[in-house]
Design a protein around this ligand. Structure first.
Ligand SMILES: C[S@@+](CC[C@H](N)C(=O)[O-])C[C@H]1O[C@@H](n2cnc3c(N)ncnc32)[C@H](O)[C@@H]1O
Length: 235
């Protein structure tokens, strides 16, 4: 009998956002837990699991066998290179840096054709990903935070569209003012930026001072967003 798979909260949130009957492509799949779980639970009509590296892809194929999800199609390729637009209507890119996710999307402009839903979960540099999305014809339809083993992660549902985000929203999230973890997420960003500003202030180099000024403006925007969050959530 096939083994039973439990998803971590981060992967479970992504799974919950995949529409019933979706044609899924999970890019950078590694262990393939997400496509395996969705296939085993009858939530997708097809699933491609792709990864850049041989080791993770082998692990993905082993997990497909172990958990009884042999229909998951494992492909070795960078980004979306091995996926054609009509093979997927839902693309998940999770567990990578925001810059890497942005570069995978930049190499596959069909992801902004309006026929695809993208579920994106950056581990770092979420602000760079949000900026890329704003500048390249994507719109964040939904965003939520999930707490998983000591870390808060943003998850975004994205499609083609126009979106204008303030500097505060680029850093603090596009749609997180009602999120229960929003205050904590903002505090983490504020603390990290305060540390960066303090370091830059110690430098005698002119360009570091200019960067400190830029980060201070972002800090001000995040502090204002925190006030707004507290007001909206009655704390
Ligand atoms: C930390 S794992 C994330 C696994 C899974 N998506 C998750 O969220 O738990 C990152 C995976 O992305 C793969 N990866 C990194 N850059 C990639 C790229 N440009 N194209 C495809 N896969 C990539 C790595 O080989 C690795 O297996």
């Amino acid at each position: 009998m096939a083994k039973r798979l439990e998803l971590t909260p981060r992967l479970r949130l992504l799974a919950d956002w995949v529409p019933q009957g979706a044609k899924l492509a999970d890019v950078g799949t590694d262990h393939a837990y997400l496509p395996v779980w969705l296939t085993v639970h009858g939530r997708v009509s097809s699933a491609i699991a792709s990864d850049l590296r041989q080791g993770p892809l082998q692990r993905a194929a082993e997990h497909c066998r172990l958990y009884g999800a042999e229909t998951v199609d494992c492909r070795l390729a960078p980004g979306l290179e091995a996926v054609s637009p009509e093979e997927a209507d839902t693309v998940v890119i999770a567990g990578m840096g925001g810059e890497t996710i942005a570069s995978i999307l930049a190499d596959a402009p069909w992801t902004a054709d309006g026929a695809h839903t993208l579920l994106l979960q950056p581990m770092t540099h979420a602000e760079e990903l949000r900026r890329f999305l704003m500048d390249h014809g994507y719109s964040i339809r939904r965003e939520a935070l999930v707490y998983d083993r000591g870390t808060i992660y943003p998850v975004m549902e994205v499609t083609a569209g126009e979106m204008t985000l303030t500097e505060g929203q680029l850093w603090g999230g596009a749609k997180l003012l009602r999120d229960p973890l929003g205050d904590r997420y903002l505090i983490e960003k504020i603390i990290r930026l305060q540390g960066a500003v303090a370091g830059l202030n110690r430098s005698g180099v002119e360009k570091d001072r200019a960067e400190a000024d830029r980060l201070r403006d972002i800090l001000t925007a995040l502090l204002e967003m925190r006030e707004e969050w507290r007001h909206d959530n009655g704390t």
